[in-house]
Design a protein around this ligand. Structure first.
Ligand SMILES: [Zn+2]
Length: 406
């Protein structure tokens, strides 16, 4: 074993410019020259450059972490800017990894940014992870969360984890040698559709900022070997009450990842999470499939396109259009239809009983909630229920471009 001093000798040297830049770290005895050199030597992979990844990567770069890997396959969209502060107005439409690199390099030219412009999959995760010291998972879906967890356990890389929803967040450090992993806490994913995503449920823009900074703090503590990282603890953040609580987590001896080690390789996480895989098809097939899907019947509910609805409305056909979104969505954009939120539909059937035998067309934002509502109406004896495919977003895209999208 090399002594601390020998180890320090092998650490990269700081230039005079770096010494000036990091002076507030260097005068902290807990960090000092050796700590700053450890930060420079560290290689951290940020999974996702979204709401959590933005403050995470920015603070790691500012702190002098030498190598920051960014993995993302998306492009910057205007709706990202409410929380993803690593991107900016001028980089809308750019690849997120390029946009993020630009911001990080602007903050600290000494950082080596490694871009992985790809979706993290079972096929590439182990290969990508092996070059990094620590992983920081800032993704927003269960497939990637379980994939990151299992890849961290298999490669022995600790994972500084956080997740957010609406006004609440949680953070922990998983997959250390002594501590539990994500699967110790949640062995199985929730059924698909039970937990809405941030795109469906919304998120307060500052919240990922709060949680991403906590992730960055944990990463820096891990690099420096300082303090008590969130190993074996789950931090729960309630932004509305501004309450922070920690729950004790134990390593689960029956955990298939870190307990029994029955997971010896990465699995198909889409299947594991009950997500149907999109088949890769060419543009012609895609157009044909889309036409078929638009006309198709899903679970016994005929789907109707926005073009078909427009025709019916223009011809003043005797149809009943029902909006099943939430009241706060209505002022953003609406088709003038009566509103009964999907969660209340079964208790409010009396209000629309007169339309039981009419042609009913149910719509929501994108077509998922209205499908559920259509099934409920059909089960309640409505005889001619259709779901508006693509919802009001499709209406804004194809019929009324002046309508705002959200
Ligand atoms: Zn485990």
């Amino acid at each position: 074993m090399p002594t601390a001093i020998e180890e320090a000798v092998q650490l990269p040297k700081l230039s005079n410019e770096e010494i000036a830049r990091y002076s507030r770290h260097l005068i902290l005895p807990e960090v000092g020259m050796e700590g700053q050199q450890k930060l420079k030597a560290a290689k951290i992979l940020c999974v996702g450059t979204g709401g959590l990844g933005a403050p995470l990567a920015l603070y790691l770069a500012a702190a002098g972490v030498g190598t920051i890997g960014l993995i993302d396959f998306d492009v910057v969209d205007e709706s990202n800017l409410q929380r993803q502060i690593i991107h900016s107005q001028s980089t809308v439409g750019m690849l997120k990894v390029d946009s993020a690199e630009q911001m990080l390099k602007g903050l600290n030219k000494n950082v080596n940014v490694i871009k992985h412009n790809t979706m993290l999959t079972s096929a590439n995760a182990l290969e990508i992870f092996k070059d990094y010291d620590f992983i920081a998972d800032g993704t927003d879906n269960f497939q990637t969360r379980y994939l990151v967890n299992d890849a961290c356990v298999l490669t022995g890389k600790p994972n500084a984890y956080a997740s957010i929803f609406r006004f609440e967040g949680q953070a922990s450090v998983f997959a250390t040698e002594e501590g539990p992993c994500y699967r110790c806490l949640y062995p199985e994913p929730p059924p698909p559709g039970l937990v809405p995503s941030c795109a469906e449920g919304g998120v307060l823009g500052i919240l990922p900022g709060l949680l991403g900074v906590i992730q960055a703090t944990e990463v820096i503590k891990l690099i420096l070997g300082l303090g008590d990282p969130l190993v074996g603890r789950l931090l729960l953040v309630d932004a509305l009450g501004m309450n922070f609580r920690t729950l004790k987590l134990r390593k689960n001896p029956n955990c298939p990842a870190c307990g029994t080690h029955e997971i010896k390789e990465l699995i198909d996480y889409d299947q594991f999470c009950g997500i149907e895989k999109p088949t890769s098809v060419g543009p012609l097939e895609a157009a044909r499939d889309k036409a078929v899907a638009d006309a198709a019947i899903v679970d016994g509910i005929p789907q109707i396109t926005v073009e078909q609805l427009k025709k019916k409305l223009d011809a003043k056909e005797n149809i009943f259009v029902l909006d099943v979104r939430e009241p706060h969505e209505y002022p953003i954009a609406n088709l003038g239809a009566p509103l009964i939120p999907v969660g209340t539909i079964e208790s409010r059937l009396g209000e629309i009983a007169e339309h039981k035998n009419d042609e009913v067309i149910v719509h929501c934002r994108s077509g998922a909630r209205s499908q559920k509502a259509a099934l409920a109406l059909k089960a309640a004896g409505f005889t001619n229920v259709h779901n508006l495919s693509g919802g009001i977003l499709a209406w804004a895209d194809k019929i009324d471009p002046s309508m705002p999208k959200y």
